[in-house]
Design a protein around this ligand. Structure first.
Ligand SMILES: [Zn+2]
Ligand SMILES: [Zn+2]
Ligand SMILES: [Zn+2]
Length: 119
């Protein structure tokens, strides 16, 4: 599979941001990227159409009373902010998520198109 130029640039940029975040917060939680929670979409009505964004605390940090950003056990009682590094639940200063690449999809479509051209 070949990555598009755009994909390579985006991946490089995000990787640099991740590296930069890791330098500023070397002990951040790798499981949640310093967010302290995981968000996911749940099909609430069971009809495949209504989805709600849910959040659950991270099993590797906030759940244990550990700060997702500085790695110390310095969270307040509610586990939504850190007394050491001022991390807060839903902070915007989190580790960027790595780039999700869809280049394989383009490859796949190209293959399909070529398939069509065959007599
Ligand atoms: Zn790619
Ligand atoms: Zn975590
Ligand atoms: Zn902290």
């Amino acid at each position: 599979m070949k990555h598009t130029t755009k994909c390579i640039i985006v991946t490089e940029t995000i990787n640099k941001e991740i590296e930069f975040f890791g330098k500023r917060h070397p002990n951040y939680c790798r499981t949640c990227g310093g967010q302290g929670s995981h968000t996911y979409w749940e099909n609430v009505a069971g009809d495949g159409g209504s989805h709600m964004q849910m959040a659950e605390s991270c099993p590797d940090c906030t759940e244990k009373g550990i700060c997702p950003r500085c790695g110390k056990t310095s969270l307040n009682e509610e586990c939504d902010s850190c007394t050491n590094c001022a991390w807060m639940y839903k902070t915007i200063d989190v580790c960027p998520e790595s780039h999700e690449c869809y280049c394989w999809e383009e490859d796949y479509e190209k293959e399909l198109n070529e398939e069509d051209k065959k007599p």
